[in-house]
Design a protein around this ligand. Sequence first.
Ligand SMILES: [Zn+2]
Length: 442
Amino acid sequence: MKLFGTVIADSDTIIEDGAILVDGNTIEAVGKRNEIDSQYPDSSTYTADILCPGFVGGHIHSVQSLGRGIADDLELLDWLFERILPMEASLSPAEMEIAAKLGYLEMIESGTTTCVDHLSVHHAERAFEAAGEIGIRGVLGKVLMDQRSPDGLCESTAAGLEESEHLINKYHGSFDDRIRYAVTPRFAVSCSEDCLRGARELADRYDGVRIHTHASENRDEIATVEEETGMRNIHWLDEVGLTGPDVVLAHCIWTDESEREVLAETGTHVTHCPSSNMKLASGVAPVPDYLERGINVALGNDGPPCNNTLDPFTEMRQGSLLQKVDRLNPVVAPAPTLFEMATINGARAAGFEKLGAIRPGWRADIVGLSTAVTRATPLHDPLSHLVYAARGDDVVFTMVDGEVLVEDGEVTAVDAESIRDEARNVDLSIDEHLADAAQARP
Ligand SMILES: [Zn+2]
């Protein structure tokens, strides 16, 4: 298949009147339209105004998608213990599947082709199946919680790790290796030392399995960890093995100099979630400082209840603006940096090689956008447009692993309206789980 349009192959390479040739699940050639067209005359064609690599959501909670709008304007631990944990505890297997599908649907509609997805304690299998069916690429993990957790979510250390291993055996490398596994402790507060060490030990036994958790998002969180362990959170995670080039830590807002040195020395990936951090007033992650130290920083939406969208364009824009206002310096966090965080840095965090840019021999995860909107007129700089003005609604074409999932703005992979209908019909029963969650709160 030949794709025609302005190709933003990476943050340095923009090809006007460009083309991409896709063969199977691989990008075969990239170049000027007339050259590719004459070299490969027989392929089918699709034209979009802008073509770019699919975006990578470096920290997402697809299964929280049914909770959009139920937890606004709250501080993190209130948000978590009064709304989100009770909601997760309440979901039946069928509801978990609907939630996951809704999340993956929103992602492919708005340009995210890969997600690092933090599921829930129960019914994770339903999300793996949903991701496989919809066609998104992802690193998914069942959540581990073995302390300070509501009855409906708390499980024994052994049970959580055993189910994780079962899921690794069933799904890691599944669906043509689009779907991989990350061992996923919720955060240090809700996981015992045995659980955290067990997560490392389990990940080490399987090639390519990653570790994904939240870290240092909130000051109450790091105070709780320090009280219990006598260590700053990142030092604690390092102590129990949860740092390294196979580890993705979401947020990392409240880190001191010595913790940042650990992140850099160990090659740990950080996912920045600017909208979530702003909405929960968690703080401003020191992203420019991390990047200067050579730490790989990806970009993520976090979950619909704390964002409230899974639109990757929103995150690029907010990620840039947040750093500028924090430093009172408009030069920091420029558009190319945010584009890299949302594409190639995300791919590195997710652990998929040959992903996150449009290059010959790389994976065919490609997004096409329309610029037939006033916001894109005149279009002086396509990369600036993507970071500062484009929206998920501008996405008209989504390809993952060479498969077309969205074409002409319509989802072709699944029946989108029936997924939205099912989601509308779920009746969340959060109240039954409020007392349990309140008891478990640190
Ligand atoms: Zn999160």
